[in-house]
Design a protein around this ligand. Sequence first.
Ligand code: ADP
Ligand code: ADP
Length: 228
Amino acid sequence: MIEMTDVYKTYSNGVLAINGINVKIDQGEFVYVVGPSGAGKSTFIKMMYREEKPTDGKILINGVNLAKLREKKVPQLRRSIGVVFQDFKLLPKLTVYENIAFALEVIGEQPRVIKKKVLDVLDLVQLKHKARSFPNELSGGEQQRVSIARSIINNPGVVIADEPTGNLDPDTSWEIMNIFEEINNRGTTVVMATHNREIVNTMKKRVIAIEGGKIVRDEARGEYGIYD
Ligand code: ADP
Ligand code: ADP
């Protein structure tokens, strides 16, 4: 469902961030993306939801080539992909409920449907009791759970996460990882860039290692490797 063919990315400052990547990720897979800082992990991931455009090559997501996708079609693409960030990116002036409902309101979903969907995802991340709270009233782990709930509100086929446990302590990181595993168990593809060695080595999922903009390792039940 995600397929990159001969993908290159050079930023406008001349930095070659991705230097010829070929990869295929099937529906329902759980993939860790590892590698040293500056290796190109974020760029690799950003190209999957068209935050960055490749300079060359083909990126198919569910048959749509993101390299050629018109700008006005990007919002539609984003609804089929959930994205989770290290710093949560919740809207500070909106409640937990409103942060999650937002994506459904902009597409004109009925209030009744919105309420059911929001409460369902809040249930999954066990935060129904915090629906009326504001992000700054929550712990880091709770904020990340809200952000995960928001990412799956449109029932996307894939969830992409860039260092989702980067700001969290080890116990909280494991809670977050268990939620991603639950989402994956329901059939959603998960692609996650991480520096969390313990989690990667314990979970025994597919590991794609990137160094210098290239895939240097791709193992079905992989390990983190030698990186910091
Ligand atoms: P990683 O996520 O593995 O740390 P990145 O994809 O963020 O790697 O970065 C890969 C390379 O591209 C680095 O050399 C970085 O400095 C550069 N880079 C990343 N984003 C930009 C940008 N917006 N403009 C210019 N260079 C960038
Ligand atoms: P349940 O029927 O499962 O008990 P509720 O309708 O009581 O669910 O709602 C659970 C929480 O969700 C409430 O505490 C409330 O804070 C929040 N909530 C429900 N609907 C809205 C809404 N339209 N706007 C903001 N928050 C809401």
